[in-house]
Design a protein around this ligand. Structure first.
Ligand code: AP5
Length: 213
């Protein structure tokens, strides 16, 4: 089992890069998407998570690590995982190490997507997400063929509740405080490859694909 981590602030383009890596055989695990699925299903976890997500706050380490544990324990040995939005705290990073180690797995690369805050606000406020399949569009940079309708399944596209400008600012502040320290944590192990994510979607995707072969 091998794993790659996509690290970077909200809106840097982690999900957008992940789409092309899935075509290369990676299994995409987005903790944000796993949580939104629980919200769509209306489970007790989803109800609890919704309040936090809408405010741009983190769900507890315990819940998130528990979700990842379930995924890894059910996985076959040859799997290639792509983690998007996980880990987000030092504790989560240490737990990921333990989980991979217990499955004789290896974290091969950490791809850091760097993007200035001004661009992030523009990207997230123009983002539209499919209410059914979660596909991601942008009103300017990656529009759907028909306004507000998903190309893949014809369902409605919506602005995510946590993509309101004030919530974006809170998410960025929490990223700086709690997630940015992971860069140093992984740099010490020589695992970090930094990508300038302010460029076009195509350029960013191509650089990541080149890096990961
Ligand atoms: P999550 O869903 O992980 O959100 P996030 O990390 O804030 O990241 P985003 O999905 O907002 O952005 P992205 O980097 O994937 O960008 P995207 O590709 O969509 O988490 C949501 C919430 O869940 C958290 O706030 C927290 O509450 C909770 N949570 C999740 N994981 C957790 C954890 N581990 N611990 C605790 N809580 C957790 O791109 C954004 C937009 O820009 C799109 O419209 C896209 O089309 C466009 N775009 C992308 N790249 C480019 C480009 N190069 N040029 C132009 N436009 C671009």
């Amino acid at each position: 089992m091998t794993a790659i981590v996509l690290l970077g602030p909200p809106g840097a383009g982690k999900g957008t890069v992940a789409e092309v890596l899935v075509e290369k055989g990676y299994t995409h695990i987005s903790t944000g998407e796993l949580l939104r699925e629980q919200i769509r299903l209306g489970t007790p976890l989803g109800l609890k998570a919704k309040k936090l997500l809408d405010l741009g706050k983190f769900v507890s380490d315990e819940i998130v690590v528990g979700m990842i544990q379930v995924v890894l324990e059910a996985a076959s040995a040859g799997k290639k995982f792509l983690f998007d939005g996980f880990p987000r705290t030092l504790l989560q990073a240490k737990k990921l190490d333990e989980l991979l180690c217990s499955r004789e797995g290896d974290l091969s690369d950490v791809i850091l997507l760097e993007c200035p805050d001004e661009l992030i606000v523009e990207r997230l406020s123009g983002r539209r997400t499919c209410t059914k399949c979660g596909a991601v569009y942008h009103t300017t940079y990656n529009p759907a063929s028909v306004d507000d309708i998903c190309d893949a399944d014809g369902c409605e596209l919506q602005l995510r509740p946590d993509d309101a400008v004030e919530t974006i600012k809170r998410r960025l502040a929490i990223y700086t405080e709690r997630t940015a320290p992971l860069v140093g944590f992984y740099q010490e192990r020589g695992r970090v490859y930094t990508v300038d994510a302010s460029r076009s979607i195509e350029d960013v995707r191509n650089e990541v694909l080149e890096r990961l072969g």
